[in-house]
Design a protein around this ligand. Structure first.
Ligand code: GLC
Length: 577
C-alpha cells in the first residue's frame, strides 16, 4: 500500500467560530468556547479542523474581510487563547488549518488605509485603482458578486478601487510583488506557530482580465443575486448560472493564479509535517501536476444539485475522478457556511433523518478527504429568518434593498432575502435542550437566533446518550472509516450502474475490499452483489446503520437486505469451503 499523508486520511470538520461555542457569554462564539469543546471533537472522531476566519475584522462579511492577518479577533479571544486552542487540538491528535483570504482585505486593513490616503502613497499600487470613465462613472460595467458595481469611488483621491465582493473588501493587486511578500509573511507567522495548513478563500477571483473589457451578460443585478441560492427548476437555475458565469468571466479564473499557487505551495513545503492547502474552487487545474499546487480541491459539483441520487453520484464520481491529474487526491463535501445545510438542501421533508444518515455515509465512504460542516453531525437545519433586522449577511441585506428599490413589496423582498441569506446555515451550534440551545447562557441574545428545533432533539446533549442518534451514527462511521484501510485509501469501483434507488461500490486496496451500499430510498432493497468484480460470497459486516451490534456478522452478498435509507459497509471474503 502506498503511504498516505495525514490530509488524505483525515476527516476534516469546519468550525464557524462565531457560532460554535460562546465561552464568555456575550452571544458570540470564541476560543474559550472552542477549547471547552475539544473533547467533544475528539469523541466525534474527526482528525482535523478547518477554522473559518478568526482574524480581527469589521465583519462586513463575517470575518472574510480581514483587517489584521496575524491577529485574533478580540471577540474570539486573545492570541494566547488561540495558542491554547491549537495546542489542545494537537494534544488530542487534531490538526488545525486556517482560512486564508488572499483576494481582498478589509477596507479597514492598514494596507488599504494607506493605499487610499493619496495617489502617491507607496501602498497605492497594493490595490486595484483606476481612473473614472470619461463620464466620471466607474471604469467599466463589472459587477460585484455580492451586488452593485465592482468599483467604488474614493472621493478624496478621485479614483475607483475594485472589489469583487463587498465594497468593504477591496481587492489586492497581486501583480505587485510587495503584496505577495507581505502576505507570505503572514502565512509564515502561522506556520511557524504550528498550524497545519490553510483553506484558500475564493482563489478564482484573485486576478482580473488586465484589459478590463466590458461584460455583456444579460442579467439584472437582482437576478444575479438571486442566482446564488433560489429554488427554481433545475433548467432555470442552469440557465441563470450560465449567464452568471458569463457575467464574471473576466473577473475569475484569469492567468497568473497557478503561478501564485505554486509559489505559495513552495512556502508550505519549506515546513516539516506536510502542511496542507485546500482550495475553495472546484477546478482540477489547481492540483497542478499533482504535487506542485494545491493538495486538495473541493469536489463542489457533487453538491450542486437539489437532489442527490445514486445516478447523480455515479456520474459525479466518473467525471471527477477521470478529470483529476495523476497523484491528485479527491476532496468531498456536502455543505459549508455558504450553502444550505445538508438536510435542508437534500432532505425530502419526510425522511430527513434517513437522508442525513445516508449522505453522511456517502461523504465518509467515497474516495477522498471528507469535509464536514459543524452541526451536520446532529442534523441541524437551516433557519428561515423572519425580520430584516435579524439579517447579518450583507449579501441578503443588499438583495433586500435592491428588491425593494425595484418595487417588490417589503414582505416579498424579505422572503427572498430569507431564502438566499447565508445566515440560514450559520446559526449557533445546538449543544443542549436548554435556553439558547446551550450556546450562550440564558438571557443573552446570540448574534444570530438559535434554531428552535434544538428543543426537538436536534442538540448534542440529547443525542450523546442515545446510541441510535445521528451523532452516534457519525461517531461509529468515523471510527469504522479510521480503522479500515480500504475506506481510507482504496480505489473506488462502482457497481450496479443502473440501480435507481441505491448506490453500491467497492473500496479496494491491495489488502482488503470493502463493499459499500447506500439505500437512498425509503423502500427496502434486496441486493445481489455476488457478481461484484471479485470472487466473494460473504461479507464481514463492518457497519450496519440499522444494527448497532452487527459488526463481525457474516452476510450473504447474494442477498443483502437494506432497510429504508440503510447504510451497509462490509469486507468481502471468499467462503472457506
Ligand atoms: C468565500 C467565502 C465566503 C466569503 C467570500 C468572500 O466564498 O466562503 O463566505 O463571503 O469568499 O471572502
Amino acid at each position: 500500500m502506498t503511504h498516505l499523508k495525514w490530509w488524505q486520511t483525515a476527516a476534516f470538520y469546519q468550525i464557524y467560530p462565531r457560532s460554535f461555542a460562546d465561552g464568555n457569554g456575550d452571544g458570540i462564539g470564541d476560543f474559550p468556547g472552542m477549547i471547552d469543546r475539544l473533547d467533544y471533537l475528539q469523541s466525534l472522531g474527526i482528525d482535523a479542523v478547518w477554522l473559518s476566519p478568526h482574524f480581527p475584522s469589521p465583519n462586513a462579511d463575517c470575518g472574510y474581510d480581514v483587517s489584521d492577518y496575524t491577529g485574533v479577533a478580540p471577540e474570539y479571544g486573545t492570541p494566547d487563547d488561540f495558542r491554547r486552542f491549537l495546542d489542545g487540538a494537537h494534544r488530542r491528535g487534531i490538526r488545525v488549518i486556517l482560512d486564508l483570504v488572499l483576494n481582498h482585505t478589509s477596507e479597514e486593513h492598514p494596507w488599504f488605509i494607506e493605499s487610499r490616503s493619496s495617489r502617491d502613497n507607496p501602498k497605492r499600487d497594493w490595490y486595484v485603482w483606476r481612473d473614472p470613465a470619461p463620464d466620471g462613472g466607474p471604469p467599466n460595467n463589472w459587477y460585484s458578486a455580492f451586488g452593485g458595481s465592482a468599483w467604488e469611488l474614493d472621493p478624496a483621491t478621485g479614483q475607483y478601487y475594485y472589489h469583487f465582493f463587498f465594497k468593504e473588501q477591496p481587492d489586492l493587486n497581486w501583480h505587485n510583488p510587495a503584496v505577495k511578500q507581505a502576505m507570505w509573511q503572514a502565512v509564515r507567522f502561522w506556520l511557524d506557530m504550528g498550524v497545519d495548513g490553510f483553506r484558500l478563500d475564493a482563489i478564482g477571483t484573485i486576478f482580473e482580465d488586465p484589459a478590463y473589457p466590458p461584460q455583456t451578460a444579460q442579467l439584472s443585478q437582482l437576478d444575479m443575486l438571486r442566482a446564488w441560492r433560489e429554488n427554481r427548476s433545475p433548467e432555470e437555475q442552469q440557465a441563470l448560472m450560465a449567464e452568471f458565469t458569463r457575467m464574471f468571466q473576466c473577473q475569475v479564473g484569469q492567468p497568473g493564479i497557478h503561478e501564485l499557487m505554486r509559489d505559495l505551495r513552495a512556502v508550505l513545503d519549506e515546513y516539516p509535517g506536510d502542511r496542507v492547502l485546500i482550495g475553495e474552487d472546484d477546478d482540477p487545474a489547481y492540483y497542478g501536476n499533482g504535487d506542485d499546487e494545491l493538495h486538495l480541491v473541493f469536489n463542489f459539483p457533487l453538491m450542486r444539485t437539489d437532489r442527490i441520487t445514486p445516478a447523480w453520484v455515479r456520474a459525479n464520481q466518473a467525471e471527477r475522478l477521470s478529470k483529476l491529474p495523476p497523484g491528485a487526491w479527491p476532496c468531498n463535501t456536502l455543505g459549508n457556511h455558504d450553502s444550505a445545510r445538508l438536510i435542508s438542501a437534500f432532505g425530502d421533508g419526510r425522511h430527513n433523518d434517513g437522508w442525513a444518515r445516508v449522505l453522511a455515509a456517502l461523504v465518509l465512504t467515497l474516495r477522498g478527504t471528507p469535509v464536514l460542516y459543524n452541526g451536520e453531525e446532529i442534523g441541524m437545519t437551516d433557519l428561515i429568518l423572519e425580520r430584516f433586522d435579524q439579517l447579518r449577511d450583507n449579501q441578503a441585506v443588499n438583495l433586500y434593498r435592491l428588491a425593494v428599490s425595484d418595487g417588490i413589496p417589503p414582505e416579498q423582498a424579505m422572503a427572498m432575502a430569507a431564502r438566499m441569506t447565508r445566515d440560514r446555515c450559520r446559526t449557533p451550534l445546538q449543544w443542549a435542550n436548554a435556553p439558547n440551545a446551550g450556546f450562550s447562557p440564558a438571557g443573552v441574545a446570540p448574534w444570530l437566533p438559535v434554531n428552535p428545533n434544538y428543543a426537538a432533539g436536534v442538540n448534542v446533549a440529547d443525542q450523546e446518550d442515545d446510541p441510535a442518534s445521528l451523532l452516534n451514527f457519525y461517531r461509529r462511521l468515523l471510527r469504522v472509516r479510521r480503522a479500515t484501510p480500504a475506506l481510507l485509501g482504496g480505489e473506488y469501483v462502482p457497481l450496479h450502474p443502473n440501480a435507481e434507488d441505491y448506490l453500491a461500490f467497492l473500496r479496494r486496496d491491495s489488502r482488503q475490499t470493502c463493499l459499500v451500499v447506500l439505500n437512498m430510498s425509503p423502500r427496502v432493497q434486496i441486493i445481489n452483489l455476488a457478481d461484484a468484480p471479485i470472487a466473494a460470497d460473504v461479507a464481514e459486516c463492518l457497519f450496519d446503520g440499522a444494527d448497532l451490534r452487527a459488526a463481525g456478522r457474516r452476510d450473504d452478498v447474494s442477498q443483502l437486505a437494506l432497510p429504508s435509507f440503510g447504510v451497509y459497509i462490509g469486507r468481502l471474503q471468499k467462503q472457506e469451503k
